[in-house]
Design a protein around this ligand. Sequence first.
Ligand code: ADP
Length: 296
Amino acid sequence: DLLVVGSANADLVIGVERRPGAGETVLGGDLSVHPGGKGANQAVAAARLGARTALLARVGDDGHGRLLLDSLRSAGVDPAGVLAGGAPTGVALITVDPSGDNSIVVSPGANARLTPADVRAAEGLLRASRVVSAQLEIPLETVEEVVRALPSGTRFVLNPSPPRPLPAEVLAACDPLIVNEHEARVILGGAGAGERPEDWARGLLALGPRSVVVTLGAEGALVYDGSGATRVASVKVDAVDTTGAGDAFTAALAWRLGTGASLAEAAGYAARVGAAAVTKPGAQESYPTAEEVRAL
Ligand code: ADP
């Protein structure tokens, strides 16, 4: 079973002709509201594929929280670990201009109130999981507590997004650490990062994780586990919207690892899931079933 520990947000999206300047008001198109946040996205992606999935997260006791719970339940995610209250549900206010460029304001809300104590109280969920997958849209100390509370034999997967330098204890637990180019550069701290994904992977592995996966968009991914680097190809598709592709990739990889796949096999499957996710608009709405991945 897979346990995702992370964020749940309502994404509020408005199309605009152009962004307002300071003190200015512009009119936009109709509001659309989508369930999002990297934690909820990962949980929905895994459950859509058929994984037994639970989510440890915090939402507000409000309409956005209920929207998120509905979308988790309809994807088949076990919502027992979704706590409610303490602050409004996290929100991303997104404006999109005609060229497709986004401007985003995030209010972490309840995500910032997911505490180490919440992790300790979820001991049963942790014990029931083969793989635990986390991101960084919740407090770092909460992720640190997840690492401390990991039952022996439970694998830990981290996508450090949004990226920040990580404590050695967290890095050492990652198997794998999953990054895109931007995340790799931030965690490596810029200096001597090199220009090739192989360089980033080698540099990251030297920081302590047991394995590293670098995602490369349409180029697929690079898997690096000490015995060397393996390139994993993606599938050629017509990309419509890459939102949430990284979350689908991470979720699929974490789930496959839990079923006994090797890291390279799991990444190969995850690359197909990521490719399927970019063929449809949106994040959770774009996630494929196992059937759709096979058909790709
Ligand atoms: P992130 O969204 O975190 O930056 P990527 O853009 O690297 O992550 O996408 C994650 C995965 O999704 C990639 O490793 C790849 O397998 C798949 N993917 C993303 N964009 C495309 C694309 N244009 N064509 C095919 N596969 C893609």
